[in-house]
Design a protein around this ligand. Structure first.
Ligand code: SF4
Ligand code: SF4
Length: 233
């Protein structure tokens, strides 16, 4: 299968992708109900009180039912996955549900690569129509990786680095956020690299060849495209 049709994610990348999916997708109670016992164990479940729309969660057989919002449930799942990452097989089953695409546990294609999951993306024939919706509306502020930052450093792209906010520990950059207006702590209202094409209702990325990995990987799957309003075909 050509690699365009599948995507390898390490365990940490998978957890990041689940976090991004939760942040970007609208209400997904049914999905949460399916993955809740996968994360917390077979005795755990969530339910919805149809009368007053309250959600209830049980974390294990001895625990009381507790009221929770959908955001609470998502955060509890993310915290649990972070605190106690599941083995790759279980993470693949969770990912299959979250990404709406078949995922299998395996190592990456490079020698000695770390364990993770392969996701069958079904995106080989995807065509972006340059509507600009993703760049204008999705939240990418936490989507800059250290690998992106290092690549821009190696390429001496100070024009891009000027728009990256960094967190440093002992002088080393440990996290990045994009896009911060130079000389301020304010996020740019729109991505500074997005340009509307003249005379057409189409958009282009002016740093296309070196755009962040998050942008290169969007949309990750057909479900990702559908759930986030992508107009591609
Ligand atoms: S960097 Fe490029 S691809 Fe990413 S949001 Fe901005 S314009 Fe879009
Ligand atoms: S939303 Fe989809 S079709 Fe529109 S620019 Fe982004 S990837 Fe392309």
């Amino acid at each position: 299968m050509p690699d365009k049709e599948r995507l390898f994610l390490t365990i940490n990348e998978t957890l990041d992708a689940v976090r991004m999916a939760f942040a970007q997708y609208p209400s997904q109670f049914n999905l949460l109900a399916v993955i809740w016992p996968m994360v917390f164990g077979e005795a755990a479940y969530i339910m919805r009180d149809t009368g007053n729309r309250t959600l209830w969660a049980k974390i294990h057989s001895q625990a009381k039912l507790i009221p929770a919002s959908e955001d609470d449930l998502k955060q509890r799942i993310l915290d649990q996955l972070q605190r106690s990452p599941p083995d790759p097989e279980r993470l693949a089953r969770i990912s299959t549900q979250v990404f709406g695409a078949s995922a299998t546990a395996a190592s990456g294609s490079r020698p000695a690569s770390s364990p993770g999951i392969w996701v069958k993306t079904d995106m080989a024939d995807f065509v972006c129509i340059q509507c600009g919706h993703c760049c204008r509306t999705l939240n990418y502020h936490d989507g800059c990786s250290l690998a992106d930052y290092q690549r821009w450093q190696e390429l001496e792209r100070t024009d891009i680095l000027d728009w990256v906010g960094t967190v440093r520990h002992n002088g080393r950059v440990t996290a990045c956020r994009i896009w911060i207006r130079p000389g301020t702590n304010q996020f740019a209202q729109t991505c500074p690299w997005l340009k509307r094409l003249p005379d057409r209702d189409r958009y282009a990325c002016t740093i296309h060849d070196v755009r962040p990995a998050l942008c290169r990987q969007y949309p990750g799957t057909r479900k990702h495209a559908r759930m986030t309003g992508c107009g591609g075909v």
